[in-house]
Design a protein around this ligand. Structure first.
Ligand SMILES: [Zn+2]
Ligand SMILES: [Zn+2]
Length: 339
């Protein structure tokens, strides 16, 4: 095997994409080497590109929607085998010893690592991951679909399944994009009365095809009025990072409803406490999940027929792929593939 690999890196905040040849890295104790087959491009990769992640070391290879197979094992890696198909997502491992880990809340580890930020990610032919960051990929899921489940997928799946909503409850997905098109599918498959909210009419046929029982055009209809017509939403998952639009959703909640925010708008939310009090409603952030949560996402997706809609690009077109992701034209996830 050649000892070199292709990788796409950013070498300074605001820098351009650089295609470089690097040594294929060796896994250390507790780590594996993953031969990357696909890596989704996430909006959060801009944290590397634009240098807005505190303490980020450059050069950095981004990418945390990785699907591939284990190519080499470091020492002390048990229960994972060479050749096994695995995904690596946002959760890049945890310490096992901090206060949160002692309580079993690994996603909230005080020393948690993020793939593609704290260590090099999947915009490369090979990457090194801690075994604690691995999710097994079901046989029937192709790598190009498994990749986007490792961040976009687990974020919305895990948010919805922990939201407290019960079968039959009204659950609204705000924004039909990279996260939202998966959110609609999960909400439907979890047995919720599913509402898709987006600007304009053009995504209505698709939203309905993905499983939405209702569609609200936020440009032509009053979202709050429409949600209240069906009793208000037990949960609204706000996937479009627009502070003003998200803030306006609170009054669409049912009593004790919850507005969940898994993607950060640049501006602060402006929310009336009076609205929250009168309906005993709440606004909460949602943070991704652990590697096992990601594996649950992969398994549930395979079981229930949830699919990401993707556009594929080879690694040497990374600049175009990244641009397409940020253009808003993409439907709905861009995936770098290595075949
Ligand atoms: Zn992401
Ligand atoms: Zn910890």
């Amino acid at each position: 095997m050649s000892s070199k690999m292709q990788a796409a890196q950013i070498s300074k905040p605001g820098g351009q994409w650089e295609l470089v040849e690097r040594e294929i890295p060796e896994p250390k104790t507790g780590q594996v080497r993953v031969k990357v087959e696909a890596c989704g491009i996430c909006h959060s990769d801009s944290l590397v590109k634009d240098g807005i992640w505190p303490g980020l070391q450059y050069p950095r290879v981004p990418g945390h929607e990785i699907a591939g197979s284990i190519d080499a094992l470091g020492d002390n890696v048990t229960d994972w085998q060479r050749g096994q198909r695995v995904g690596v997502g946002w959760h890049g491992g945890h310490c096992f010893v901090c206060e949160q880990c002692r309580r079993g809340d690994f996603a909230m580890c005080l020393k948690r690592k993020v793939t593609g930020l704290d260590f090099d990610g999947g915009y490369a032919e090979y990457m090194i991951a801690p075994a604690t960051a691995l999710a097994a990929i079901p046989d029937e899921l192709p790598a190009k679909e498994a990749g986007p489940f490792m961040c976009a997928g687990v974020t919305v799946f895990n948010a919805l399944r922990n939201s407290g909503a019960r079968s039959g409850d009204v659950v609204a997905i705000h924004g039909i994009g990279g996260l939202g098109h998966l959110g609609v599918q999960y909400a439907r498959q979890m047995g919720f009365e599913t509402v898709a909210i987006n600007r304009g009419k053009d995504k209505e046929p698709l939203a309905r095809k993905l499983g939405a029982h209702h569609y609200i055009d936020a440009t032509a209809q009053d979202v709050v009025v429409e949600l209240q017509k069906i009793g208000g939403a037990s949960v609204i998952l706000a996937t479009a990072p627009n502070a003003q639009a998200i803030s306006g959703l609170v009054d669409g909640l049912a009593p004790s409803g919850k507005l969940l925010v898994p993607a950060a708008p640049a501006e602060p939310l402006t929310i009336s406490a009076f609205s929250l009090i009168m309906k005993r409603s709440s606004v909460a952030g949602w943070y991704s999940g652990t590697a096992r949560d990601s594996q649950d996402t992969l398994e549930f997706s395979a079981l229930s027929g949830v699919h990401p809609m993707i556009e594929k690009y080879p690694l040497d077109r990374v600049a175009d792929a990244y641009e397409q992701m940020h253009s808003g034209r993409v439907r709905f996830r861009v995936v770098l593939t290595f075949d």
